[in-house]
Design a protein. Structure first.
Length: 159
């Protein structure tokens, strides 16, 4: 049986704009689909997902995924995988990037909802307008099976 979700509420998520299109309820827990828009230089803290694989599919712009000892440039129409248990982060290389984040199984979208806040408009805020408490972020991440391993800008250790 096919299901459709209504247009999602945009959320300010860290320094991004996020929209949860498919959640675990709609996919029977199989996966989640989150659309994210980010500005140049946006880079989440180095982290590792313990219970899900994370795929990035770039719709517009370009990002570099740092996963384990790999560095992968992902442009529009391309995808890259950050497998569970592999420390990773990414950096937005274009002025603006819009990309899909697919996590399997679902659960990441719950983290997005836990730390995000409703955006009154479907637009990014300037980074200076978005303060993130790193301790609160790490605690919320841990509750969703994600460990923060380093601050934004930190890369995975290479052997």
């Amino acid at each position: 049986m096919a299901t459709a979700q209504k247009a999602p509420q945009p959320l300010w998520f860290i320094d991004n704009l996020a929209s949860v299109h498919i959640d675990g309820e709609a996919s029977a827990g199989a996966y989640s689909l989150v659309e994210i828009t980010s500005a140049r230089g946006s880079m989440p803290p180095l982290h590792v997902h313990h219970g899900d694989d994370e795929t990035f599919y770039v719709l517009e712009g370009e990002l570099t995924l740092f996963a384990g000892d790999s560095e992968i440039v992902v442009g529009a129409g391309e995808a890259a995988l950050a497998p569970r248990e592999v420390p990773h982060t990414y950096r937005i290389e274009s002025d603006l990037a819009r990309y899909l984040v697919i996590n399997s199984p679902a659960g990441f979208e719950q983290f997005v909802h836990a730390v995000g806040e409703p955006a009154p408009a479907d637009q990014l805020l300037p980074p200076a307008d978005r303060a993130v408490d790193p301790t609160a972020l790490a605690q919320a991440a841990a509750q969703h099976g994600i460990d923060i391993l380093g601050p934004p800008g930190a890369l995975p250790a290479t052997p």
